[in-house]
Design a protein around this ligand. Structure first.
Ligand SMILES: CC(C)(COP(=O)(O)OP(=O)(O)OC[C@H]1O[C@@H](n2cnc3c(N)ncnc32)[C@H](O)[C@@H]1OP(=O)(O)O)[C@@H](O)C(=O)NCCC(=O)NCCS
Length: 90
């Protein structure tokens, strides 16, 4: 998606309600990012509603860092970014 005039790679996560609260989102996100290590080099963005605490927790646990808040398509979002491979813990 374009943001501030540049194309950006956006990453997100969503679990069925019954699967939440068990660590699966973090585990699956780590696995996907580990795959990205061998195919992609650059920045990934996560755009998260400020009220969505569990999603921000997932972002931080896998290595995203808070960048800034911005209004996107009329909604306030907290933007997190991660650089592959630099920010991926082994
Ligand atoms: C955002 C979303 C994916 C987060 O899912 P989640 O299950 O809370 O995230 P995790 O996989 O990291 O699970 C962490 C929770 O599991 C608990 N947990 C239980 N067993 C665990 C284990 N073995 N390992 C790790 N965590 C475990 C943790 O205590 C933690 O809960 P806490 O953060 O309240 O302390 C989920 O809420 C969702 O699908 N929401 C709707 C869609 C959405 O908002 N997507 C994001 C849009 S930006």
């Amino acid at each position: 998606m374009p943001f501030e005039g540049e194309p950006r790679l956006e990453f997100g996560w969503r679990l069925a309600p019954d699967a939440r609260g068990r660590g699966y989102a973090t585990e699956a996100t780590r696995a996907v990012l580990e795959l990205a290590r061998s195919t992609y080099e650059g920045e990934i963005l996560a755009m998260i509603d400020p009220r969505n605490v569990s999603s921000q927790n997932v972002a931080r646990k896998v290595g995203f860092r808070f960048w800034k808040q911005a209004v996107i398509d009329g909604y306030l979002d907290r933007l997190y970014r991660l650089r592959v491979p630099r920010d991926l813990a082994r």
